[in-house]
Design a protein around this ligand. Structure first.
Ligand SMILES: [Zn+2]
Length: 286
C-alpha cells in the first residue's frame, strides 16, 4: 500500500537536507524518517512541518465526494407511510416527540415508540438512500476481511465489513442507516478501496461488532481532544508517530474526526482523533 518514495528527498520546504545533494537518500539509510501519502520527511521536525500543511487541508473539508441535493430524497416517515407501515398520526406524534429529543433519529424514535419494527426502518432506509439492506443470517467473517476495519473504527462508526472484493478493489460494509457519507469517503481513502454500503438492523450490527471486535488491549483508541489548535494537533500526531516508531503515517478526515494510521513493518496502529473541525460540507457518493 505504501507508495514508492524511495527516490525522493525530504518533502519539507525548510529542510536543511532538501538542497544538499543525496541529502534525502543518504539520511534515509541512517534514519528511516516518515512517509505521509506521497511524501517522505527525513525526521520529526520536518514531519511536523508537513503535518501542519496536511491538517490545514483536512480542516478545510477537502473532499472527493459528489454532492447530491438532499431535499430530493423522500423522508423516512413519508416512505413508511406510503408503504402503509405508518399512519399520519403516528408520524406526527413521533415528530413532536423528536422536538424534545434532538439528535435522535426519526427511525430510532419510531422503533422506540413501537410504531414500526427495526426491520421496517432498515428496509425503508434502504429505499430512501438507494442502498441494499443486508440480513446477517450467520455471523461469520474471515479474519482477513475483519482486519480491514480496526475495532475502534467499527465501534465508533457502527460499521462491519461484509466482503472484500480484492479484484474489484472494493469493500462491502454494513452500517446503520442513514449512511454517513463523510465517514464512507474517509474510509474509502484510508483503505484505498471503493466502499459499497449496505444497511443493516442496528441491534444485529451491534451484536456483530461485539462478536467480531471484542474489547482488546490494543493501543488503538478514540482520543477525545475537543478544541485543539493546529500546532497542538501536529505535536500530538508527531509524538505518537515517534513513540510508535512509525515508518508511514496516514491521515484522513472522517466527518468530524481524523483517522490517523501509523504503520510500522506490517503492523499498524489506528487512532481516531475527535477534534473540533470546521463543518464539512455534506457529501454523497455518486
Ligand atoms: Zn527534512
Amino acid at each position: 500500500m505504501s507508495r514508492d518514495v524511495s527516490s525522493q528527498g525530504c518533502a519539507a520546504s525548510h529542510c536543511p537536507d532538501r538542497t544538499s545533494l543525496f541529502g534525502g537518500r543518504f539520511r534515509r539509510r541512517t534514519r528511516p524518517g516518515f512517509v505521509v501519502g506521497a511524501s517522505w520527511y527525513c525526521g520529526e521536525g520536518c514531519l511536523r512541518q508537513g503535518l501542519a500543511t496536511i491538517l490545514e487541508a483536512l480542516a478545510q473539508g477537502r473532499s472527493r465526494g459528489v454532492s447530491v441535493e438532499r431535499s430530493l430524497r423522500p423522508t423516512l416517515g413519508l416512505l413508511l407511510m406510503e408503504q402503509g407501515k405508518l399512519t399520519k398520526e403516528q408520524l406526527d406524534h413521533a415528530l413532536e416527540v423528536q422536538q424534545h429529543k434532538p439528535g435522535l433519529r426519526i427511525g430510532e424514535l419510531l422503533v422506540e415508540l413501537g410504531s414500526v419494527s427495526e426491520r421496517e426502518v432498515t428496509q425503508a432506509l434502504s429505499r430512501q438512500f438507494a442502498v441494499p439492506w443486508v440480513n446477517f443470517v450467520k455471523g461469520q467473517l474471515s479474519p482477513a476481511v475483519r482486519s480491514l476495519i480496526p475495532a475502534v473504527v467499527a465501534r465508533t462508526y457502527s460499521v462491519v465489513p461484509v466482503d472484500h472484493q480484492a479484484a474489484a478493489g472494493r469493500i462491502l460494509v454494513a452500517i446503520v442507516g442513514p449512511p454517513d457519507y463523510a465517514f464512507v469517503n474517509g474510509l474509502s481513502r484510508m483503505l484505498e478501496l471503493d466502499v459499497a454500503v449496505l444497511v443493516a438492523d442496528a441491534s444485529r450490527l451491534a451484536q456483530l461488532i461485539d462478536q467480531f471486535y471484542p474489547e482488546s488491549k490494543a493501543a488503538e483508541r478514540l482520543m477525545e481532544l475537543g478544541t485543539v489548535d493546529a500546532a497542538a494537533l501536529t505535536d500530538l500526531i508527531a509524538t505518537q508517530a515517534e513513540r510508535y516508531s512509525a515508518e508511514e503515517l496516514r491521515l484522513e478526515r472522517c466527518g468530524a474526526r481524523l483517522w490517523l494510521r501509523l504503520i510500522k513493518d506490517d503492523k499498524r496502529l489506528d487512532l481516531l482523533l475527535d477534534v473540533d473541525l470546521p463543518e464539512e460540507s455534506e457529501v454523497y457518493a455518486s
